[in-house]
Design a protein around this ligand. Structure first.
Ligand code: ATP
Ligand code: MG
Length: 417
């Protein structure tokens, strides 16, 4: 049996960086007032179709959707925002305090073409803020991402930011875009042609080479912002400058989901080839209302956890296994039982201890202790049991000491604590 295409195991020898990233991220989120939320992996298909948008790549081609036994249409979550918005509305969080900051980590599912940095089950670290319209929160999220990457020792990343405007400025932009696209019709792919009527903004996100060339000089949302959106974006930019966060204003950045308004951004890396986005985010001021809640501004980002780990693997070694404190070599049945009981007691006291259960020779067990990279080895055989003393060997200095069996546990705890 093999994993499904695009799905993979993350094996213990690769897990150290995942754990490190998660720890640094959680510490940072908590310091910035974010609370963890856990959401289901499966939701009604309609939730994603309505929030992400019908005419998007995710909804048109990438979702894992199936009918359950009763015929309900369900989808494995392709992203977290829609579910968190659903949760915010379902639990009427807005009623007690509309301002909420959430984070979560977990798997997402998209049926795309698998390649390095692109999987069908991948992981995201996600943050969302509800109830704040101020551009300060846009800056805070980008600042936080920047700080996270700094703490992880990452360089070669750049933040690309843009403003997509709001429903007030969209119509004039849309009109200009449609006029422009009308002239380029013969150069666009079938997919984009189909989207001209349904969702012309998506065409600006087409990865096809011909489309890319055709839309090079397309109108940009940034040139059609209303006063409010302009001021909002200015606040975000000046605040980031003041906070020392480098960014590039990228008029062509649109993001692949329908719900975005105003500030949108991506963090790009120069070290992952085509899969260059390690994080993406944006404001989605209309979505809470669209999904049945009160009019609530909101904003969030998602980090591609797999890609982040891949970037880190290029600059740092996966921290090697830190080894064991103690390996117990027990020879004979009585010693074996004692060794087993001691190992559990020591584990419980927080001392990493292993034992071999197979009754092998001293030589074989010394080899095994080395394999575990044990700092100390405790040797107990029949002679030791008779003398009521075990032998403790320091594997670095090769010094050996005899330890009284009756006081063995407190002695060892003293050594390791
Ligand atoms: P891309 O343009 O690379 O397809 P996206 O715009 O579809 O990315 P988002 O929906 O913004 O991605 O998700 C946020 C982040 O999640 C991305 O920046 C990326 O790092 C990561 N990501 C998205 N899809 C995948 C995938 N299939 N495999 C691994 N990581 C992914
Ligand atoms: Mg994508």
């Amino acid at each position: 049996m093999q994993t499904i295409r695009g799905f993979r195991d993350i094996l213990p020898e690769h897990i150290a960086l995942w754990q490190k990233v998660e720890k640094v991220a959680i510490d940072l989120f908590e310091a910035f007032g974010f609370k963890e939320i856990r959401i289901p992996v499966l939701e009604k298909t309609q939730l994603f179709a309505r929030s992400i948008g019908e005419a998007t790549d995710i909804v048109e081609k990438e979702m894992y959707t199936f009918a359950d036994r009763k015929g309900d249409k369900l989808t494995l979550r392709p992203e977290a925002t829609a579910s968190i918005v659903r949760s915010y509305i379902q639990h009427k969080m807005y009623a007690t305090d509309p301002v909420r900051k959430f984070f979560m980590t977990g798997p997402m599912f998209r049926r795309e073409r698998p390649q390095k940095g692109r999987y069908r089950q991948f992981y995201q670290i996600d943050a969302e803020v509800f109830g704040v319209e101020s551009g300060f929160i846009d800056s805070q999220l980008i600042y936080l991402l920047n700080e996270l990457f700094k703490r992880l020792g990452l360089t070669g990343l750049s933040a690309h930011i843009n403003s997509l405007g709001c429903p007030k400025c969209r119509p004039s932009f849309q009109k200009a875009l449609l006029e422009f696209l009308e002239l380029k019709k013969d150069k666009l792919c079938d997919n984009c042609l189909r989207r001209i009527d349904k969702n012309p903004l998506r065409i600006l996100d087409c990865k096809g080479q011909d489309c890319h060339a055709a839309i090079k000089d397309a109108p940009a949302t940034l040139d059609y912002l209303c006063n409010d959106c302009s001021e909002h974006f200015d606040l975000v930019k000046t605040t980031l400058e003041e906070q020392g966060v480098d960014f590039i204003v990228d008029k062509t950045l649109v993001r692949g989901l329908d719900y975005y308004t105003r500030t949108a951004w991506e963090i790009l890396t120069d070290s992952l080839g085509a899969q260059s986005a390690v994080a993406g985010g944006g404001r989605y001021d209309g979505l809470v209302k669209e999904l049945g809640g009160p009019d609530t501004p909101a904003i969030g980002f998602a980090i591609g956890f797999d890609r982040l780990v891949e970037v880190m693997e290029q600059i740092s070694q996966n921290p090697s296994d830190s080894g064991l404190d103690l390996f117990i070599i027990s020879i004979g049945d009585i010693a074996m039982k004692k060794g087993y009981l001691w190992s559990c007691e020591l584990n419980q006291a927080g001392i990493s201890t292993e034992i071999d259960y197979r009754g092998k020779s001293l030589k074989a067990l010394m080899k095994r202790a080395n394999k575990f990279n044990a700092r100390y080895v405790l040797i107990v055989g029949e002679t030791e049991i008779n003398q009521n003393a075990a032998v403790l060997r320091n594997m670095n200095t090769k010094d050996q000491d005899s330890i009284d069996i009756d006081t063995l546990i407190p002695e060892l705890i003293k050594i390791f604590k």
